[in-house]
Each structure stands twice: as structure tokens, then as C-alpha cells.
Design a protein around this ligand. Structure first.
Ligand code: HEM
Length: 433
């Protein structure tokens, strides 16, 4: 456990400098030579790919800032999400020290450093190392670590364990039950959450593993989820990825350069309550099983009707290309709506939800298979919104979604994600001020 003061200055390596480089095992020059040599052998396409990979690996997102990283940050390729419960008997001081230690470690790891200065091999040989070591030699890889607080942190069965129930956001309530929910309590809820995203899965897993280790004795993992393959984009420069039904996902998402939309729909504003949440957001996490074997037997035209967009281009069925606005009033030659009344994009669209929008940041998952030989797969849906009401409005509208026949929500959680920490402080400090 680092146990170091949060104010300890964290040295930022230059982009691309890895944990191993900092420890002096392999110089950046040697790594550069190796990259150059392999690129030279493989020709033009490989050079392009190597450059893109090097660029992704070199991405470093500051842990400190007005907002936490990992929301508008360009969506990375991999996710490791973990919900934690505080241990029975833990105190307010335990909670504060945990958030301080987590912030300290997160600020280091997001720079490509180990969790503490002595790290995996620099401490006493007679003690377990501070850092578990599996990310030695790997660059920051665009790592972001985003922390959230669940309703039960503020009050569990009427118990104000940490003396913060009076400061709870009135918005932070358990989500209502939705039609079709088949929720597993062991994949739902939690006192705290950590959303870890990175372009290298080993870097993401290392972060969750080490944060969980730091929490030992104060909090423990309640449930966790690995995700691969982003299902949205948060910048115009990112291509639109595809979900496990094979459709482009994230076309109509809120993007990081759309400041008015972020203000209106994502960030908690001064006018909202409570003050410690200003600059934060509410995170909804839904584990949605996709019945992919059933879906794979559906005719293409029917798949398109259910989504309301074409599989190839991702264009709305009312015409145009991927980025043409859907025309929900348009009808075909027979007078039927071009975009079906039960199509997912019709029901989810802001036009049908009083203008409600959200920033989606979900991932595909495959957790092996069930005993019928079917893939245990789906969408780990993550959305950020200024008020949970935005999600509730859209989810309720989806009660008649034609997609419902092929999906089953199996996990659900909501968290208040506080604003970003300032250097020398820790995430969520405003809650205890
Ligand atoms: C496995 C479940 C789901 C699948 C496969 C899925 C798939 C899609 C696809 C293919 C699109 C069109 C492309 C785009 O604009 O991103 C879309 C749009 C959208 N989805 Fe989903 N989705 C799922 C669940 C949800 C849930 C649970 C919500 C929120 C409650 C949601 C909200 C939205 C919204 C807001 C849009 C954009 C609509 C628009 O503005 O046109 N989706 N989804």
C-alpha cells in the first residue's frame, strides 16, 4: 500500500516513456530502434499501424482537472470496471484515506508510473512489493481511472456510516425497476466504482488489481466487468465502432467538442445541487446480455427494422448517410413509417424523449459461454448524464423497443461521479469539506 501523502509531487514522464524506462531497465532509444526496425521490414501499411499503435500507447491523460478523465476522453479500446463495497466497521477516516490513496496511485498510474516510488522491485526484499509488476515496461496506454459513489455509500439500511447522508445528492437514488430487468444482485449496485479504460488490457487490469489491493481492509470488490471493443465514440476524429449485433454504435453520441451539449446534458452545473457535484456527472452502468445466437438467425431486413438504421453504412432507414438526421415522419410507398415505430433509434432519439440526451461510453463483453454452448455476451452500457432522470426517461421509452426480444439487462448500478481532483488533493474531497 503506498500510504504516501497525496500532496507528494508526481513526476510525469514524457509521453511514451514507460514504467520500465523510468526504472532504467530498457532505454527509450532501444525501444525506438526496435520499433523502427520492425516497421522498416513490414512496409507502408505496417508503418502506419505501428505509428497509430505508438500514438495510442503514448497517450497520457491527466488525472487532475476540472472534470475526471474517462468521460469525454477519446474512448479507449479496453475496459475494466469494478464496484466496491466498504468493509463492515470501516469509518469515515477509512473512506477518506482510501480516496486519498486511490487518487495518489491513480495519478501515478495514468502517467505510466508504478503505484508508488518503490514500485515492484525498488522496496525491501523482505516485504511484498507496493506494485504488482505486470505493467512494468508498458506505457500509460491512454489509461484513465474514474471514481464514483453509489447511493449505499451515503446510507445503507438507514445507517449513515460515514456521516455523509446529509450531503447526498437528492438525484442519487436507486434506479427504478424497468420492464424486462432480470437483475443479478451480484452484478449490481455498490458503494464505490472505478471505471478503468486503456488501450492495453493489461494496463487496465493492473490498475484495478492494484487499486483493489490498496483498498484491502477498507473496501472489497463487489462485482467487476471486463470489456473489449468500445461501442461508442467521444470525438469526431474517432471512427464509429460496432457492437456485437454488428451495427455501428455511437453515431449520435455527445462528442467532447460539443460544449453546449456537455453543459446541458453531461456536467452538473452550479444551478444544480449539491455543490460538491458541480463539474461531475451521474454514471449509469447496465450489463445487458445480448442473445446473439437468436439475433444471428434474424433476416437482415428485420435486423435493420429493429435498429432503425442500415447494417452496412449505419444510415437511418429514412435515407442519407450515417450522419444524416433521421426523418421519423417519412413513410415508404405503402405508407408505413420508414423508421419503424418500435425501432431502437426512434424510441431512444431525443425528439421522443423531451430532448433528453446522454454521453454513451459502453463496451462489448464476452464472459465465456453458458452450459447450452451459447456465448455469454453483451453490451456493458455506460452513460454519463447531468441528471439520472435523462437515463430513466430514455430507458422507459425503450419499454416497447423491438430490440428487447434480443437483449436482457442482468446488472444495473448508478454512481455520482464527482468533479476532477486538484493536484495535492483527492477525488471527492468536496464531499468531506
Ligand atoms: C444491447 C443493447 C443496445 C444496443 C445493441 C444498442 C444499439 C444502438 C445502435 C446500433 C444505435 C444507433 C447508432 C447510434 O446513434 O449510436 C443506438 C443508438 C442509441 N441508443 Fe442504443 N443500444 C442498446 C441499448 C441502449 C440503452 C440501454 C440505451 C439507454 C437507455 C440506449 C440509448 C441509445 C441512444 C440515446 C441512442 C441514440 C439515438 C439517437 O439520438 O438517434 N441504447 N443504440
Amino acid at each position: 500500500m503506498p500510504g504516501a501523502p497525496v500532496a507528494e509531487p508526481v513526476e510525469a514522464p514524457a509521453p511514451g516513456v514507460s514504467r520500465r524506462g523510468l526504472l532504467g531497465f530498457v532505454g527509450a532509444g532501444a525501444a525506438g530502434l526496435a520499433l523502427g526496425a520492425s516497421a522498416g521490414l513490414a512496409g507502408g501499411i505496417a508503418v502506419g499501424r505501428a505509428n497509430a499503435e505508438a500514438e495510442a500507447a503514448a497517450s497520457v491523460y491527466d488525472f487532475y482537472g476540472t472534470h475526471q478523465a474517462g468521460i469525454t476522453t477519446p474512448v479507449q479500446d479496453h475496459l475494466h470496471f469494478a464496484a466496491f463495497d466498504m468493509m463492515a466497521g470501516s469509518t469515515r477516516d477509512d473512506l477518506i484515506s482510501l480516496l486519498q490513496d486511490w487518487s495518489y496511485a491513480a495519478a501515478r498510474m495514468t502517467r505510466g508510473l508504478e503505484v508508488s516510488a518503490s514500485g515492484a522491485v525498488g522496496g525491501s526484499p523482505e516485504a511484498p512489493p507496493d506494485d504488482t509488476g505486470e505493467a512494468l515496461g508498458l506505457p500509460a496506454s491512454g489509461l484513465t481511472i474514474t471514481f464514483g459513489f453509489g447511493p449505499t455509500l451515503f446510507e445503507a439500511a438507514g445507517d449513515d456510516r460515514f456521516g455523509i447522508s446529509a450531503r447526498r445528492s437528492p438525484e442519487l437514488q436507486d434506479l427504478p425497476a424497468f420492464l424486462g430487468d432480470d437483475l443479478d444482485p451480484l452484478a449490481s449496485d455498490g458503494d464505490l466504482c472505478i471505471q478503468v479504460c486503456a488501450d492495453d488490457p493489461q494496463v487496465a487490469v493492473h490498475a484495478v488489481r492494484n487499486l483493489s489491493r490498496i483498498a484491502f481492509g477498507r473496501a472489497r470488490i463487489r462485482w467487476s466487468q471486463l470489456g473489449f471493443g468500445r461501442t461508442s465514440k467521444t470525438t469526431a476524429a474517432q471512427s464509429t465502432p460496432r457492437n456485437l449485433f454488428g451495427y455501428k454504435d455511437g453515431t449520435a453520441n455527445i462528442l467532447s467538442d460539443d460544449k453546449p451539449a456537455l453543459t446541458d446534458h453531461v456536467w452538473v452545473q452550479e444551478a444544480d445541487q449539491p455543490a460538491w457535484m458541480v463539474g461531475g456527472s451521474y454514471l449509469v452502468a447496465r450489463k445487458i446480455a445480448q442473445l446473439i445466437e437468436s439475433w444471428d438467425r434474424v433476416r437482415l431486413a428485420e435486423q435493420n427494422r429493429i435498429i432503425g438504421r442500415s447494417k452496412g453504412e449505419g444510415a437511418p432507414l429514412s435515407g442519407g448517410d450515417e450522419f444524416t438526421q433521421p426523418d421519423f415522419a417519412k413513410t415508404d410507398a405503402a405508407g408505413a413509417p420508414s423508421i419503424d415505430m418500435a425501432a431502437h433509434v426512434r424510441l431512444a432519439n431525443p425528439q421522443h424523449n423531451g430532448g433528453a440526451r446522454m454521453l454513451r461510453r459502453g463496451y462489448n463483453f464476452v464472459d465465456g459461454n453458458n452450459n447450452l454452448g451459447r456465448l455469454d455476451a453483451g453490451l456493458f452500457f455506460l452513460s454519463y448524464q447531468r441528471s439520472p432522470e435523462q437515463f430513466v426517461t430514455v430507458q422507459r421509452a425503450l419499454s416497447t423497443d423491438a430490440l428487447n426480444e434480443y437483449i436482457r439487462p442482468v446488472g444495473s448500478a448508478i454512481f455520482a461521479v464527482p468533479p476532477g481532483a486538484t493536484p495535492g488533493s483527492y477525488v471527492g474531497a468536496g464531499l468531506f469539506a
